[in-house]
Design a protein around this ligand. Sequence first.
Ligand code: CP
Length: 308
Amino acid sequence: MAELSVKHLLGIKYLNESDIQLIFETADHFKEVINRSIKKVPSLRDITIANIFFENSTRTKLSFELAEKRLSADVINFSAGQSSVKKGETLIDTVNNILSMKVDMVVMRHPNPGAGIFLSKYVNASIVNAGDGAHEHPTQALLDSYSIREKLGSVPGKNVVIVGDILHSRVALSNIFALKLQGANVKVCGPKTLLPKHIESLGVEVETDLRKALNWCDVANMLRIQNERLDISYFPTTREYTQQFGVSKKLLDSLDKEIVIMHPGPINRGVEITSDVADSKQSIILNQVENGVAIRMAVIYLLASKIK
Ligand code: CP
């Protein structure tokens, strides 16, 4: 059986192109499973997974939990806000206590970049990064590319623009790694203050004119401003940001071609995209969420096969 080149999913940076294709092919199978009347398979009956979230989440947390349950794994959930982390327990102590209850895999979201990488060096379980600060969000990038593949037939050669707060976005970095690995062309677009210096070294182009970027692309992945990570003001006002970098239906309809609109969520309606864009037929935002379950089933299944 084909297997992943990694024991953990810490970031797209650590995957190769074959890993991505294997995850997609496995997700194709699971997507069919979750659309059947019986949506569950017994594959991981002997595996226990802990979802430990030190940061808020709606989509990722629910999607991982559903993916694990669809695979028949035993699942425990941990939210830092209601835990003994509040009493001063360290990350390693917390996780080792969870692991002593015979847990095989840890899915972790953490506000600190590199938290999963750190943990993987100290604990004996498979670690899945569910978002680590402004660093990486690998399953989001996988489900994004999978959704492009589903909508447009393939990813290689497609033009994708990522719009918004690139500087503070783990979704942007993981998407850049994933898209470049598959041979897509990538541009980033946003206020200069929200574009990392030397971003071109990742093989992407910078475009600060939104209309030009949209007329170039097949797909626009719209990001929200990561207000929780902004220590200073990076643009004058939200209204001015929206005027320059927000996508309205009027702008979408005035483009030379019909493009696909994506968003990882949560959306700030009326800021980066208007409601009529989010809900338009060009938007695949809810398809991304649906695909997230199949992608996470694939990732967990493939990593679990390396534990046994
Ligand atoms: N896309 C994403 O990570 O959303 P959540 O923060 O709700 O998990």
